[in-house]
Design a protein around this ligand. Structure first.
Ligand SMILES: CSCCC(=O)/C(O)=C/O
Ligand SMILES: [Fe+2]
Length: 197
């Protein structure tokens, strides 16, 4: 069997499997709402890739034995993984953690998450500091580059289960904005100006 593992190249019908993303409005309404502009302003996978955000669509029903996931982990060096269930009945300090996840922050390492069940949103800043909302549903594996400002929230369904992947030992520390002095932030910002660097 040949596996196509390039991020963003979806097996089967790409149009039905592409992850949806859009520019957000700036209303103060509940963070779990979609916050679409009117009319909706979609963001393409290419635009996300320019920001260093990559995506695969996998079959989450077989995540324990999935050769495609195995190959991605091998190729990308994702040696660590654990699973987090984000729901008020399963996650200790649920409210506090959700609040923390929704603070704009960055990490010193890539953030790699694979949605095994339920759904949620990642928000990332674009080059002009506008928020892009990325709708994550079952089977979406996303990588956010080290140094990108982002945040996470559940949607109206209030539940997701996600695999967390790392290269080597996990580092959970999040640095809330402003965190502009970190080398990794400056490197990320430079990569936006000169993607080939
Ligand atoms: C889906 S895992 C919880 C969110 C998280 O770990 C994080 O860092 C969000 O930015
Ligand atoms: Fe994060």
């Amino acid at each position: 069997m040949t596996l196509e593992l390039s991020p963003g190249v979806e097996p089967g019908d790409a149009s039905s499997q592409a992850m949806e993303a859009w520019y957000m409005d700036d209303s103060e309404e509940d963070q779990r709402e979609p916050h679409r502009l009117v009319p909706n302003q979609p963001v393409s996978p290419d635009r996300l890739r320019e920001l260093g955000v990559f995506h695969w669509k996998l079959n989450a029903d077989i995540y324990e034995t999935d050769p495609e996931l195995e190959l991605i982990r091998k190729e990308q060096g994702y040696s660590y993984m654990d699973i987090i269930s984000i729901h008020k009945d399963t996650l200790a300090n649920y409210e506090e953690k959700l609040k923390m996840f929704f603070e704009e922050h960055l990490h010193l390492d890539d953030e790699i998450r694979y949605i095994l069940d339920g759904q949620a949103y990642f928000d990332v800043r674009d080059k002009e500091e506008r928020w892009i909302r990325i709708a994550m549903t079952k089977g979406d594996l996303i990588t956010l580059p080290a140094g990108i400002y982002h945040r996470f929230t559940l949607d109206r369904t209030n539940y997701t289960k996600a695999m967390r992947l790392f290269v080597g030992e996990p580092v959970w520390k999040a640095y809330n904005r402003p965190a502009d002095d970190f080398d990794i932030r400056q490197k990320y910002v430079a990569s936006l100006q000169d993607p080939g660097a």
